[in-house]
Write a protein that binds this ligand. Structure first.
Ligand code: NDP
Length: 595
């Protein structure tokens, strides 16, 4: 265990060496889209024919994940019930519609991660709910708020255009729909376009292959609830990738496969999960009116630099933040300079990562495998993972780690992956290779917005996103973006950002309708001022140039003008939510022009 207690200089030298091995000039261009290489179709719901939609709706929302559901729910609560959600999947759920791989579960405590628990009366069954329960919560919201019967599933928007004279949006889709809406919302999600590693020969593989977000249960057997994938008993399976998805599905694959080879480029940091059932009596005792909002605020205060006295949620994220804060406040007050506080933060990080590396030694029997599974970077360089069966899976005789020493799989032949000249013969390759991040918004959504005076969103954002609150964009009246960037940017609990945006949008729409106003748009001056405010902040707290490459740091490429704008409110998420609540409830909506 000697290498987990390296001195700081040696540790940082090791971090740099591991990063340097992985730096590559092609950055995001190293990845391939799924289309043209592997099945992209929806494996979960058959597509049904329907007549194209025409006519007019009050509010059209693009995306049926958490963003569309919570915005739709808040609109309905505000008396705006003519809400049509358009969704490319065959049902609600977004991320949780597509990601049904075995073992999928939330990494943020269910009590704050699952939206609208109080409104729907659902009690989470586990501290960290599994995917089927999260998907069921999405369906519950859709049904309860009457969003289901108005939704258009298996429908991709192709054209969205503002008509200034009529003061409405025209929407055209791949299903022949052609209708208009007074208002639109966009909640297409940050991680929704699956990507593949650009490994030479990827198309030459003769066996079966799929991406984790298109899990082929017809091939594997089993189901999303974790039932044994009985059709894999005699199969040799390769899993490519060791990010948050792989960490969750490896134990299930290891249980089911004849043999499993896990191909690793960079190890994840895997901390303790400690999941367990939620006691109904305890839940009843805490679920007093307003409980979820209190918990959300408490989570954010604990996780994102607030001053909470107690930690109600106590999950992996609040533990991470509490530990750093404890280290900083242990400094005598007279020594609390920015420099010494950053040093304390760094020391807390080294202690944590040493503990995470020591955990690998404690859990993994084979010393060489244990060495290879250790993450050599600071914890927030890559998405932190939490699991109590991932590392342990490598103790099974049928489960093998193939460490590529930062280089990735060398090539793929008809028979399977090749690493360091060794051919691994397999029947099936599962790609846990993630999703596009950092590519242009319009490229990911598959359509451009054409706003006032023919302005395209791709042109408006050619040098990066510009907005007020991450929601309103000048030149695009009556359009609302529902996502975290340029708002709270609370990445550890994305749904909190969305529910606050949903509440705000419903308030604005209600305000416009009550006053007979047909257009609402952020002024150029308000948008510019907001962007200036964002740029005055400390920048991103995750990733960074010293980190091993990944989507947290633009794959190790130098920050661009666009990546510098991928930030949140400088004073942090708690302050942002307070600011937004005041902005919303003042009724003045400063920065917006109504006409
Ligand atoms: P990631 O992008 O995190 O992981 C992709 C994996 O593929 C990485 O291990 C990457 O290695 C590897 N890879 C890429 N190219 C190659 C190559 N040429 N050879 C070998 N390996 C390669 O995708 P995930 O789907 O795991 O996770 C995406 C995000 O989704 C997470 O970060 C998280 O935000 C979210 N998520 C959340 C969950 C939750 O909340 N419960 C669960 C799952 C995902 P390298 O690291 O070297 O790039």
């Amino acid at each position: 265990m000697a290498d987990t207690t390296l001195d700081k200089a040696a540790l940082l030298a090791r971090y740099r060496a591991e990063r340097d091995k992985r730096l590559r000039p092609d950055g995001n261009a190293q990845y391939l889209p799924l289309a043209g290489h592997l099945p992209t179709d929806d494996p979960y719901t058959p597509r049904t024919e329907r007549a194209p939609k025409t006519g007019h709706v009050r509010f059209a929302f693009i995306g049926g994940g958490f963003a569309g559901l919570v915005t739709g729910a808040r609109l309905v609560e505000a008396g705006v019930d003519d809400v049509c959600i358009l969704e490319k999947g065959g049902g609600f759920g977004g991320t949780w519609y597509w990601n049904r791989y075995p073992g999928a579960q939330c990494d943020t405590a269910s009590m704050v991660y699952l939206p609208l628990l109080e409104e729907t009366g659902h009690r989470p069954t586990e501290k960290y709910a599994h995917a089927p329960e999260i998907l069921a919560q999405c369906q519950r919201i859709g049904t309860q708020y009457g969003l289901q019967e108005r939704a258009l599933f298996h429908t991709q928007v192709q054209d969205l255009r503002w008509d200034e004279a009529a003061a409405h949006w025209r929407i055209r889709t791949d299903r022949g729909d052609d209708f208009t809406a007074d208002f639109i919302g966009l909640g297409t999600g940050p991680l929704h376009v699956p990507k593949l590693p650009g490994i030479p020969g990827i198309d030459s593989f003769a066996g079966h292959a799929f991406h984790t977000s298109r899990w082929d249960y017809a091939y594997t057997g089993g189901d999303p609830s974790g039932a044994l994938m009985d059709k894999l008993a005699d199969k040799r399976v390769a899993l490519i990738g060791t990010g948050a998805t792989a960490v969750q599905c490896v134990p299930h694959l290891a249980r089911a496969c004849g043999s499993l080879h896990v191909f690793q480029r960079t190890p994840s940091s895997v901390d303790v999960r400690n999941n367990g059932p939620i006691d109904p009596d305890w839940f009843t005792s805490i679920a007093t009116p307003g409980w979820q909002q209190r918990w959300l605020e408490n989570f954010t205060a604990n996780q994102a630099g607030g001053n909470a006295r107690e930690d109600l949620v106590q999950d992996g994220w609040t533990e991470l933040a509490r530990r750093i804060r404890a280290k900083v406040v242990s400094l005598p007050p007279e020594q609390r300079t920015p420099q010494s506080m950053l040093a304390a933060f760094e020391e807390a990080d080294h202690e944590k990562m040493n503990a995470i590396r020591a955990r690998v030694d404690a859990e993994v029997h084979d010393p060489a495998t244990a060495q290879a599974l250790k993450a050599w970077y600071r914890q927030l360089c890559k998405r932190p993972c939490f699991h109590d069966a991932y590392l342990q899976a490598f103790n099974q005789p049928n489960c093998h780690l193939v460490d590529t020493d930062g280089r990735g799989v060398e090539r793929i032949t008809a028979r399977g992956p090749v690493v360091a000249g060794v051919q691994y013969e397999v029947d099936c390759i599962v790609y846990a290779s993630g999703f596009e991040v950092g590519t242009p918004y319009t490229a990911r959504s598959g359509f451009d917005l054409v706003g006032r005076d023919g302005l395209k969103l791709s042109d408006a954002w050619a040098d990066g996103m510009r907005s007020l609150h991450g929601v309103h964009v000048h030149g695009f009246p009556n359009a609302f973006f529902v996502q975290p960037t340029q708002g709270a940017n609370l990445i550890s609990n994305v749904p909190h950002n969305l529910t606050e945006s949903g509440r705000t949008i419903a308030t604005i729409v209600r305000h416009a309708l009550d006053r007979g106003q047909r257009r609402v748009e952020v002024t150029q001056a308000a948008q510019d001022a907001w962007v200036q405010l964002l740029l005055s902040g400390p920048g991103r707290m995750i990733g960074g140039p010293d980190c091993t490459p990944g989507y947290y740091n633009n794959e190790g490429q130098a920050p661009t003008a666009a990546s510098r704008l991928a930030v949140g409110y400088p004073a942090g998420p708690s302050a942002y939510f307070q600011y937004l609540a005041g902005w919303r409830s003042s009724g003045r909506f400063e920065g917006l022009a109504f006409s």
